[in-house]
Write a protein that binds this ligand. Structure first.
Ligand code: FDA
Length: 305
């Protein structure tokens, strides 16, 4: 049953017709519990509240299915504006983005140009930018772009997904560029040709990646709500004498709020990933796929509008 609902929501997340429908009718379907508003201005009070609670933030301007150069440039401009707002309001926040929203599916020169514009602005204010990882067909290009840009920009991170067979090798290959990596399980629908399908292997591989990256001495973000991954990270840190300054826990906005606060109390750095924007549909569907319990508030959302 769980597998069926997961596949169903992942199928919906890729449905461009429903994406257009959701945007056109502006229905929120309960998305406001996990999305910080439709504009950056709406997200500002939420970021300030999270900061007051001792939480760091990374904002993500939601956007997928960008197919025109004009739209990719608009997304770039919006991202730069969010960097200016972070600096202007003195928010404790980084920025996350997806390369497809900057034109990855259009052409590589366009993405590089857009990324450089963003990274130059972020550098001025010492703000780190993390490139989210999308589905496996984009993984190779994303990591190549990451490596090329990382030579010039220190303030750049990316994501490695433990469900992909290739990830252990990718992690080793990135070793020499002092990567800033967020390690996650992976959120897209992938085939058994490229990814572990069973949870046990995905979890085991995430533990392996966490340990390798920490022991290699690199700053590591653990992007997971799973108590087992949190406990494992603490254990590796203890065993290998890794200081709390070398890693952080990252969780999605609206998920495990109490756990986030407990970790802060224990002296760990916790960063909340706060998505915002009108284009919330694909993100929302992937979260439903991960945790069918989230369906409850979505259904409530539909009927309360
Ligand atoms: P998982 O879904 O495996 O659940 C394991 C256990 O954790 C559950 O059985 C339950 O006990 C507990 N749990 C999980 N969620 C809970 C909740 N909401 N409330 C209570 N308990 C809960 N993916 C990707 O492909 N590319 C990316 O760039 C990113 N970026 C990213 C950033 C951040 C900050 C996070 C947290 C996640 C991502 N992801 C991602 C998503 C990631 O790949 C993964 O799909 C989800 O985090 C779900 O996996 P978890 O490890 O969180 O727990």
């Amino acid at each position: 049953m769980e597998a069926i609902s997961k596949n169903f929501f992942l199928f919906l997340s890729n449905n461009k017709l429903l994406d257009r429908f959701a945007k056109r009718f502006g229905a929120r379907f309960g998305a406001d519990k996990i999305v910080g508003g439709e504009t950056f201005s709406q997200a500002i009070p939420l970021i300030q509240k999270l900061n007051r609670d001792g939480l760091h933030v990374t904002v993500d301007h939601l956007g997928e299915f960008v197919n025109s150069e004009v739209e990719a440039r608009e997304r770039t401009h919006e991202c730069i504006e969010s960097i200016h707002s972070i600096a202007h309001h003195e928010l404790n926040s980084e920025v996350s983005l997806k390369l497809t929203s900057l034109g990855l599916d259009i052409n590589r020169d366009l993405v590089m140009e857009n990324m450089k514009l963003i990274l130059e602005e972020a550098k001025k204010y010492d703000i780190t930018v993390t490139i989210d990882m999308e589905d496996s067909t984009r993984c190779g290009d994303t990591l190549e772009i990451y490596r090329e840009l990382k030579e010039k920009y220190k303030n750049l991170g990316t994501v490695i997904q433990s469900y992909l067979y290739r990830s252990e090798e990718d992690l080793q290959a990135l070793n020499e560029c002092q990567p800033y990596l967020r390690l996650v399980k992976g959120a897209y629908k992938e085939s058994g040709k490229v990814a572990f399908i069973d949870k046990e292997h995905v979890d085991k591989n995430l533990k392996r990646l966490i340990k390798t990256n920490l022991v290699n001495g690199h700053y590591t973000a653990i992007g997971s709500h799973d108590d087992a991954m949190i406990a494992y990270t603490k254990e590796v840190a203890r065993e290998h004498g890794i200081p709390k300054e070398q890693f952080e826990f990252q969780m999605l906005y609206g998920m495990r709020n109490e756990t986030q606060k407990e970790l802060v109390k224990e002296g760990y750095k916790v960063r909340v990933y706060l998505p915002y924007g009108e284009d919330w549909y694909g993100y929302f569907m992937r979260r439903l796929a991960e945790r069918p319990a989230n369906v409850a508030f979505a259904i409530k959302g539909i009927f309360s509008k």
